[in-house]
Design a protein. Structure first.
Length: 182
C-alpha cells in the first residue's frame, strides 16, 4: 500500500474522506464533525513577526515591546486565518482606529516580506525567511495553530502504511508539539 498526499481546504479534505478518495486527512483543529476520528494533533506556536526593517524591529533595540506597541505600530496589523484563535485573539486586542487587514497565510507572508505590517506566523515560516524576524513582546499569550490528522469514525482501521507515516511524522516534531490519540 502507498500513501498519497493531496491538498485542499478543510471542507475539501473532509469531502475526500466522505467519498473514499482518501482514508486520512490533515485539517485545522478544532473541527466540529462528530463523524471524524482524531488520530494525531500537531501544535505549531504562532509568533508575532515583521520584516527586519520594520520600525517595530528597530524600536525593540531600545525597549521591550508591549502588545499595544505592536498593534499601534504594525501599520497594518495583519490578521492571519490560521484558525479560530488566530483570528479572534488579535481582533479582541485591537485598539480603536487600529489599521488591520485579514489575509490568508501566504498573502500575509508576501506583505511581511515586502516590509508591510505585522502578523502571526509559525516559527517554521519565520526561520525559513531571510527577511522576517520574530518580535519579542512582553506578555504575549502564546497563540497556536493546531492541525489534526483525522479519518472517518466508520472506516476500518488505518492501513499499516498510514500508521508508519504517522510515526515518521513524530520524528520531525518535538514531543511537546504533538499528541497521539490511538
Amino acid at each position: 500500500m502507498s500513501v498519497e498526499i493531496h491538498t485542499g481546504h478543510n471542507q475539501q479534505i473532509i469531502e475526500m474522506l466522505y467519498d473514499g478518495s482518501v482514508k486520512m486527512g490533515f485539517i485545522t483543529h478544532p473541527y466540529f464533525n462528530t463523524d471524524l476520528n482524531k488520530y494525531w494533533i500537531w501544535r505549531a506556536p504562532l509568533k508575532l513577526a515583521a520584516h527586519y526593517a520594520h520600525p517595530l524591529v528597530n524600536m525593540m533595540k531600545n525597549k521591550t515591546l508591549s502588545i499595544i506597541d505592536v498593534f499601534l505600530g504594525s501599520k497594518p496589523f495583519i490578521v492571519v486565518d490560521w484558525n479560530h484563535e488566530s483570528i479572534h485573539w488579535p481582533k479582541a486586542q485591537l485598539q480603536p482606529r487600529t489599521d488591520y487587514i485579514e489575509l490568508p497565510p501566504l498573502s500575509a507572508l508576501d506583505f511581511l516580506e515586502n516590509g508591510i505590517g505585522v502578523a502571526l506566523l509559525t516559527e517554521e515560516i519565520i526561520s525559513k525567511s531571510d527577511t522576517i524576524v520574530e518580535l519579542e513582546v512582553e506578555e504575549f499569550p502564546g497563540v497556536s495553530r493546531e492541525i489534526a490528522v483525522v479519518g472517518l469514525v466508520s472506516a476500518e482501521s488505518l492501513p499499516t502504511s498510514y500508521n508508519t507515516f504517522l510515526k515518521l511524522l513524530t520524528k520531525y516534531v518535538s514531543k511537546e508539539e504533538y499528541q497521539f490519540f490511538y
